[in-house]
Design a protein around this ligand. Sequence first.
Ligand SMILES: [Zn+2]
Length: 58
Amino acid sequence: MNEPCDHKYVHYDTTKQKDDRHFGVTTWKRVDFFFCEKCLDEQRKEKTDNTWERPDWY
Ligand SMILES: [Zn+2]
């Protein structure tokens, strides 16, 4: 028996990076980490943006 898991992901970590080496624009990067509390499968979701102002999600 190997039933498919109806994953239930739980957020467990967030990392943020900010790169403003380039004049006038900043690269914002956020990575959220999740794991399924049933089978322990891991997922990550990345967001990046190049803007002058901080994005809402950062
Ligand atoms: Zn699962």
